[in-house]
Design a protein around this ligand. Structure first.
Ligand code: MCN
Length: 828
């Protein structure tokens, strides 16, 4: 794997399989998680939560709880009043978005099961939790909006005062945007002389299920108010606290200590954080809140939860003419921090790696009486990738073409980059041919197809299916200018500083906030190469707004491509500052100074000084060029000009028992192109972890509510998070077309595995039983659903019970209608 990007002449660290610096302390427990923090006089909070999805609070009797041992205070929404602040939505996707007011602790009405109705503060956590049981709340139950399609239809209102559940309608049309032609004409043309495939897919609700439950400590006793929180976004959290409580940002310090995973689930500003902040300030004492695992599953935001109606038009040769996407997205009870924007991120990805001419995306976001939804690994892009990759396989089946060949016919060829897509993005680099060729070879594609045929011909009980996903994604979540055009509330830049210490060691500060991604290691490798210092001499600091003053945190696979590049720029400034000092000390002209491998030398001589020696000289400041300040320290803020576009080819072989519906993964191969790889070990970990999460959506995980709006998959007994025993050794490799949006040539990897794998697995399961008349199985593909599909009971999911996916919706009106199936497409 080679790259052609601007790299330091001696790249010793980039590309090395360095073990992660942070692992020793993480895996031995010698670290500080938020819940380990103990402060003198600290009090503990427990939440009283609504058992009802939608109800009026008619009375709250706090007396028994207040009389309970060591209880300091019991507070309701009415007691807290305005002091509790309000939670913000940072991404109103339309100017007329309907956004319910979100109080951390509502006063007279609850809008989802698990919503906080009172807070108990006691001297210990156990006493707070015991007393919370004694708070007597009377409710008057209201009808709850639970079903997404019915809620889109306003059958039951989640917030009756708003008069509608429809939050925002967001549309993209290639004809109107000037990026392509008319979707209606494309569909019309295909109806008369081609094929039109129509499908409805359910993106089930998922729970991020990070390892460390959320926890917050607030200490209001110092000069500043300090909040420790298990969050992905300390900077955004500080800004939102300041903006909604009126306390100046400079008076608030937010620290994200080591954080045990987030997967998007900690990209949130939460009622629990707001209440800890308000109550600590009210009582003038440090206060801690740590959620239980059950609370975490029930109320930490959920992900996905969409209905997709897709219409794909193609000619008879398999050239795709256009795609129409009608989407309903369940927001839950409130519009969360960026939840409304999650489906909008998908809007740019439904066209994936293909170059069809017409595209339309219609999305209705809908309020319901369920836990709010927001980013979950991939956020909008897995949903889109699932939709298009399932449709491409359906089209191949309809035309009796090999699904890889069909994809190749439609994808952007490597010589066509940079390529402006029908969704208006400019893909900078990529080579789908190379990734696919390698994956195909590693997978043994032809042999597995031959085996599949043998099994089909023999009518084997266990059939073999091959699933494909040739995905791309936009990651980095910048440029700021584009985010502004999408009405996103913040920018997308990242900040870094590089400080040369007097001893020659290097202190690096990044605005990214790792919570499992290994930034301390990878960023040390980048800086070590850039400055020519030892890997162990670089220390990376992050996750504390007092240390990293500026930053936009970690999500959207942005930390390396945006934050890493900010580091490169700051490190390069250090070198530029050190050059005249070296010239001065070596009594040479600046023009004659060369820098390589950490040494400044006078061209053509062996005279030189190490960068550490120059740092020491600048620390003593006895002798340095006139007019300069005695410091090499530098900082940089980087705002890229484009997103970056990792891609890959994922191939999956699944065995399906046609008698029991049981599925078993036989082989999984993926070849990802993420440009320059900084640390292959970290990247493997990211891809393996990402794959498991995507495969889990395909096969196991689903947040299920009962008819009353209670989460019934509220523990790991019911929410089937895979364990190591459920996984296998995925075979991974890389090709590399370096990105040209950053000097290192990197593309993000944190979400790639999750985005790519779900459709690869479902395509494989469907492919195994397609000859039995199956063209869809709703996720997760449980044995029951597979069995039902094989036995002709539809897709085995919700749609089938409503009439084999025939009922559909029009996001523009939220009305259900009847699918026009007068096309060449296969029937559900
Ligand atoms: N990397 C690399 N070479 C590349 C790309 C990345 O060496 N070409 C390294 C990076 O230096 C970094 C890691 O891989 O150490 C991930 O980088 P990146 O793709 O920039 O993603 P972020 O660091 O921004 O992390 C966010 C991403 C997201 S959006 C989710 S969700 C997710 C994920 O990372 N959540 C995670 N990975 C996770 N991993 C863990 N352990 N826990 C989570 O909660």
């Amino acid at each position: 794997m080679t790259t052609t990007q601007d790299r330091p002449a001696v790249a010793k660290e980039i590309g090395q399989e360095r073990r992660r610096k942070e692992d020793q302390r993480l895996i031995t427990g010698r670290t500080r998680w938020t819940d380990n923090i103990v402060l003198p006089g600290m009090l503990h909070m427990a939440m009283v939560r609504s058992p009802f999805a939608h109800a009026k609070i008619t009375s709250i009797d706090k007396s028994a709880a207040e009389a309970s041992p060591n209880v300091v205070s019991v507070l309701t929404g009415a007691d807290l009043g305005e002091s509790q602040g309000v939670l913000i939505n940072a991404w109103a996707i339309t100017t007329d978005q309907v956004t319910p007011t979100h109080l951390p602790c509502p006063i007279d009405k609850v809008s989802f099961a698990g919503e906080i109705v009172a807070v108990v503060v006691a001297r210990t956590q156990a006493e707070a939790r015991d007393a919370a049981e004694l708070v007597d709340v009377e409710y008057e139950e209201l009808p709850a909006a639970l079903d997404l399609k019915k809620s889109a239809n306003d059958e039951v209102l989640a917030h009756p005062d708003l008069g509608t559940n429809k939050s925002a309608f967001w549309k993209f049309d290639s004809l109107e945007a000037g990026t392509g032609s008319s979707i209606d004409e494309a569909i019309e043309k295909a109806r008369t002389d081609g094929v039109v495939i129509e499908r409805e897919y359910r993106q089930q609700r998922l729970i991020p299920a990070f390892m460390e439950p959320r926890s917050t400590v607030v200490d209001p006793t110092g000069e500043q108010i300090t909040m420790w929180s298990a969050t992905q976004v300390p900077h955004i959290l500080r800004f939102a606290l300041a903006a909604t409580t009126g306390v100046s940002e400079s008076k608030i310090r937010v620290i994200a200590p080591d954080v045990g995973g987030g997967f998007g689930g900690k990209l949130q500003t939460t009622p629990e954080e707001w209440l800890t902040f308000a109550i600590a300030n009210r009582l003038g004492k440090p206060v801690k809140f740590t959620e239980t695992r059950s609370e975490s599953l029930m109320v930490a935001h959920h992900g996905r939860d969409q209905w997709q109606k897709l219409t794909l038009a193609a000619d008879k040769e398999g050239n795709v003419l256009g795609l129409k996407v009608d989407l309903l997205a369940d927001l839950g009870a409130y519009v969360s921090l960026v939840g409304g924007g999650v489906p909008v991120l998908g809007a740019f990805m439904f066209n994936a790696i293909y170059k069809f001419p017409a595209y339309q995306f219609n999305c209705q976001t809908v309020l319901t009486n369920k836990t709010w939804t927001d980013a979950y690994r991939g956020a909008g892009r897995p949903e889109a990738t699932f939709g298009i990759e399932r449709m491409m396989s359906e089209l191949a089946a309809e035309l009796d073409m090999d699904p890889l060949e069909l994809r190749e016919k439609n994808w952007i060829k490597h010589e066509e980059f940079p390529f402006t897509t029908v969704a208006g993005l400019e893909y900078d680099t990529g080579n789908y041919e190379a990734a696919t060729a390698l994956a195909r070879e590693m997978f043994g594609y032809d042999d597995l197809r031959a085996e599949q045929k043998r099994r089909r011909d023999a009518g084997d009980k266990v059939q073999l299916g091959i699933g494909i996903s040739t995905f791309t994604e936009m990651c980095g979540l910048a440029p700021s200018r584009v985010l502004g055009q999408l009405n996103y509330g913040a920018g997308g830049w990242e900040h870094a500083s590089v400080r040369m210490l007097a001893t020659g060691k290097v202190e690096v500060v990044t605005g990214a906030s790792a919570h499992g991604q290994g930034h301390e290691t990878a960023f040390s490798q980048i800086v070590a190469d850039r400055l020519g210092v030892a890997f162990d001499d670089v220390e990376v600091l992050h996750g504390d707004t007092q240390i990293a003053h500026k930053g936009l945190d970690t999500y959207g696979s942005r930390s390396l491509v945006v934050g890493g590049e900010a580091l490169v720029k700051a490190a390069d400034k250090v070198v530029e500052k050190a050059k005249p000092v070296a010239a001065h000390l070596l009594e040479a002209s600046v023009d004659d100074i060369e820098f390589e491998g950490g040494r400044f030398t006078v061209r053509g001589t062996d005279q030189g000084l190490a960068i550490g020696e120059i740092a020491a000289a600048m620390f003593s400041a006895h002798d340095y060029p006139e007019g300069m300040e005695p410091s090499l320290d530098s900082e940089a803020t980087f705002d890229p000009v484009n997103f970056n576009y990792p891609h890959g080819t994922h191939l999956c072989a699944m065995e399906v028992d046609t008698e029991t519906g049981a599925v078993k993964m036989r082989k999984y191969v993926c070849v990802d192109d993420i440009g320059t790889v900084i640390n292959p070990l970290i990247v493997s970990g990211q891809i393996h972890g990402g794959l498991v999460q995507g495969i889990a959506q395909a096969l196991w995980e689903e947040a299920v509510y009962d008819d009353a709006g209670t989460l019934v998959s509220g523990s790991f007994v019911d929410y089937l998070l895979p364990t190591a025993a459920d996984t296998m050794n995925y075979e991974i490799d890389h090709t590399s077309t370096p990105s040209i949006t950053n000097t290192l040539g990197t593309k993000g990897v944190g979400e790639a595995g999750t985005i790519a794998s779900t459709p690869a697995v479902v395509n494989a399961v469907v492919d195994a039983v397609r000859h039995l008349g199956v063209n869809d199985i709703q996720m997760p593909c449980t044995p029951e659903r597979v069995w039902k599909a094989v036995n002709g009971v539809g897709a085995g999911g919700e749609a089938s019970t409503e009439g084999a996916a025939a009922a559909h919706f029009d996001p523009a009106t939220g009305m259900e209608g009847t699918t026009d199936r007068t096309t060449g497409g296969t029937q559900a």
